[in-house]
Design a protein around this ligand. Structure first.
Ligand SMILES: C[S@@+](CC[C@H](N)C(=O)[O-])C[C@H]1O[C@@H](n2cnc3c(N)ncnc32)[C@H](O)[C@@H]1O
Length: 428
């Protein structure tokens, strides 16, 4: 009973749902706090935590999940940099881009934003980032800019050489990046958070909503909506975009990027929703027939998967690519899940599909895309390679493969692949 009441208190204060975070996590945190306070049992602890703000803060620290790392879902950062250089800056000459990262945890996310924008050549005076989190401990680490190995994941850590100084077994972030972000303690459920301030052009709110109750999610979306500029973009975690769409934001159909525009207000104003944000001038879209067309010559591949398509018309190998209806449904479902950002589920389905349809070009391509979005570049390379082995003229696989290969140090092969893609594009 006391534990249930503590769970309710936590839900009211920071929104975490015991169901989502796991009742065991809360029970463990409570037991730690009972011991730390030298109390006899949970009942005595409930009494204390109900009346002491200080103890509530300790409990919150014990419950929160600060898990994060640099360039988590790196596609989002590439998309951000392209959007800011290609769309935002030309429309806002002389303005300073306002970015909010909430929750920012130990700073890896806001600093990744800073590095991505700096790498894109965006001047120091053209952007500013604010990082907000409920945890003082996490904010303390963010301000120190000192990170251990756990903050660096994935196979491209080239940014570490450019922006960090190794100090024994830790890494110190350089002052140029650190000065781009300011850290503030705050609660995303707080209706007064940044009240009266200018709205943000970009908000990152990733990997928090999944832990919140439905009511807390609603309150969080209210805050985000209030803080986001009318033309602003909201970045979410891969399992969170759908909830934002259901709440009223407009999903941006960019593969591996889980972002939304502020659609609702546009609808209220009677404007046509602007669903397609092109991260790049070379935006590719699926034709009804299921093939991709280039609108302009390609640079960095960028894929929109917003049409469920029929697998059998995608390949030039009709025999091996005409799965039965159940199989087609499986592939379409994998495609749909990938589109809505449920990458792991999409991966599982696509793997099952490939088990039955091992020479299906488009399934290999989709596997490549999913692995690319998950930062598994080695696996992505394998699948794109298989796709072009099965269909040497598979333009999108060639393009994606060229970028993955280049990223992994294969400059020459990347150039060769890009030329092949170029020739295919010219012959179409
Ligand atoms: C998993 S981290 C996410 C960090 C980062 N956005 C990312 O995706 O890597 C979740 C963070 O949410 C913070 N948090 C939990 N409840 C919060 C609330 N109500 N308001 C603000 N921050 C909160 C926690 O302290 C923790 O640092």
């Amino acid at each position: 009973m006391s534990l249930t009441m503590i769970e309710s208190l936590l839900e009211k204060e920071i929104g975490v749902s015991a169901e989502a975070i796991g009742s065991g996590v809360i029970a463990k945190a409570v037991h730690l706090r009972v011991a730390a306070c030298g109390l006899a049992d949970i009942k005595a602890y409930l009494k204390l935590v109900k009346t002491s703000q200080e103890e509530q803060d300790h409990l919150i620290e014990a419950v929160v999940v600060p898990e994060t790392w640099f360039f988590r879902n790196k596609n989002s950062f590439a998309f951000l940099a392209n959007y800011v250089t290609g769309e935002w800056l030309p429309k806002h000459r002389g303005d300073r881009l306002r970015v909010l990262s909430v929750p920012c945890s130990m700073g890896e996310e806001p600093y990744s934003i800073a590095m991505a924008l700096m790498d894109a050549g965006i001047g120091d005076d053209r952007f500013h980032i604010e990082g907000v989190d409920i945890s003082d401990a996490a904010l303390g680490k963010a301000k120190s800019g000192v990170y251990t190995e756990g903050s660096f994941r994935g196979d491209d850590l080239s940014f570490r050489k450019r922006y960090f100084e190794p100090r024994g077994d830790v890494y110190q972030l350089n002052a140029d990046v650190r000065k781009k972000a300011r850290f503030i303690r705050g609660n995303v459920l707080d209706r007064r958070l940044f009240m009266g301030q200018d709205p943000y052009d970009i908000i990152f709110c990733r990997n928090l909503l999944i832990y919140l109750s439905s009511e807390a999610k609603r309150r969080a979306f209210e805050t985000l909506d209030r803080l986001l500029a009318t033309t602003g973009i909201l970045f979410l975690g891969h399992a969170e975009r759908q909830a934002a769409i259901e709440w009223g934001f407009a999903g941006i159909p960019e593969f591996g990027v889980f972002a939304c525009r502020k659609e609702r207000r546009k609808r209220e104003n009677g404007l046509k929703p602007d669903l397609h944000v092109h991260s790049h001038p070379c935006q590719r879209q699926f034709e009804k027939a299921g093939k991709m067309v280039d609108v302009e010559p390609p640079l960095r591949p960028s894929v929109v998967i917003d049409e469920v398509f029929e697998p059998e018309i995608l390949s030039e190998q009709p025999d091996s690519n005409e799965p039965f209806k159940a199989q087609k449904d499986l592939f379409n479902e994998a495609q749909r899940l990938a589109d809505q950002g449920s990458l792991l589920s999409a991966l599982e389905l696509c793997e099952t599909f490939l088990g039955e349809n091992p020479v299906h070009v488009q399934a290999h391509f989709l596997m490549g895309l999913i692995h690319e979005a998950l930062d598994n570049e080695e696996r992505a390379e394998d699948f794109f390679n298989k796709a072009i082995y099965l269909d040497p003229n598979h333009y999108e696989s060639l393009n994606h493969l060229s970028f993955v290969v280049e990223h992994r140090g294969g400059k020459e092969r990347a150039v060769h692949l890009r030329r092949r893609a170029q020739r295919i594009s010219e012959n179409r």
